[in-house]
Design a protein around this ligand. Structure first.
Ligand code: FUB
Length: 307
């Protein structure tokens, strides 16, 4: 009987904590993972880190393209290959290595992929492009030009229960949001600064809704490296009330973190990145862990499972 109970404890423990084998893939470096449930499967849209050639990229990052991955059990991942390469982007610098954090979302059977790239016209550090596909794994058809009316990094899209889509972006003291038109390719409203967030560097917005609460989550660096923090509100564009961090900052030299939050098979999860297998903060690897909520909707601290 005792052995049965111990086995049950082990199984429950494993079900709760060992949700993935971190880092998720090891044949390449992947960062900034956006996880989405599409066609009943888990898809992850990360960026790609490679070793920088002298003088290439920005801030030590060399990011040439995007792959997409899928899994049904979080342990076996299929790499569907490159869906967009920097050389394919007509408006982008073909060897800029500036393809930072992307996002992808499904609307009415189409898959809209948003990505930053270094514009050829040098009007901004990054502009945001869109590509559309009939399947999450592609092929994606790129728009000929970048989105108008905004510039910056880290696009994130949220679709509300009434079907209205919102785009969020930015890195710095301010993060921005705006409504998207039904075509998902143009802004439908003037960008607004997301209000009532704490000061200091922020980026990587990720918005989701749960039980009527809108969660505006973001990597934040009040003390140096980035912690994952959040604010809550009752409107997708805020105002939001800051709630604190839910994943502590790295203390071993990885400056960035970048995440997404998704519910899959009844369990909420956070996808994030770390320098796990390279020990180089510019060669990151995507990871995942369970994310749990308290009764009042607050997010419990996630202790990352690293190698
Ligand atoms: O991956 C390049 C940049 O680092 C991303 O755009 C940021 O969110 C940070 O992860």
């Amino acid at each position: 009987k005792k052995l049965g109970l111990s086995l049950l404890t082990i199984i429950l423990f494993a079900a709760n904590f060992a949700i993935a084998d971190n880092p998720l893939v090891r044949h390449m470096y992947t960062a900034d993972p956006t996880a989405r449930v599409m066609n009943g499967k888990l898809f992850v849209f990360p960026s790609t880190d490679i070793k920088c050639e002298e003088g290439k990229g920005n801030n030590g990052f060399c990011m040439p393209n995007y792959h997409v991955f899928s899994s049904e059990n979080l342990f076996d991942w299929t790499d569907h290959g490159v869906i967009i390469d920097q050389a394919d982007v007509k408006w982008g610098v073909f060897d800029g290595f500036g393809m930072w954090a992307p996002d992808c979302i499904e609307k009415e059977g189409k898959y809209y992929y948003y990505f930053p790239d270094m514009p050829k016209d040098t009007t901004a550090f990054r502009r945001i492009g869109v590509a559309v596909a009939d399947n999450p794994e592609g092929p994606y058809t790129l728009e000929n030009d970048y989105m108008k009316g905004l510039d910056g990094i880290d696009p994130n899209v949220f679709i509300d229960t009434d079907g209205q889509a919102y785009l969020y972006w930015g890195g710095g003291e301010k993060l921005y949001g705006a409504k998207l038109k039904a075509n998902m390719k143009e802004l439908a409203s003037e960008p607004v600064v997301i209000n009532d967030l704490p000061s200091k560097y922020k980026e990587g917005s990720f918005v989701f809704e749960r039980n009527g609460i809108y969660y505006f989550t973001f990597p934040h660096s009040p003390h140096g490296t980035e912690e994952l923090a959040y604010a809550t509100g009752d409107n997708p564009l805020g105002p939001f009330e800051y709630q604190g961090f839910f994943m502590k900052r790295w203390t071993n030299g990885c400056w960035t973190n970048h995440h997404s939050i998704v519910e899959y098979k009844g369990q909420w999860m956070v996808f994030y990145h770390h320098k796990d297998i390279s020990n180089n903060e510019h060669l990151r690897s995507m990871c995942a862990d369970n994310l749990n909520f308290n009764e009042d909707g607050s997010i419990q601290e996630v202790i990352p499972t690293l190698r």
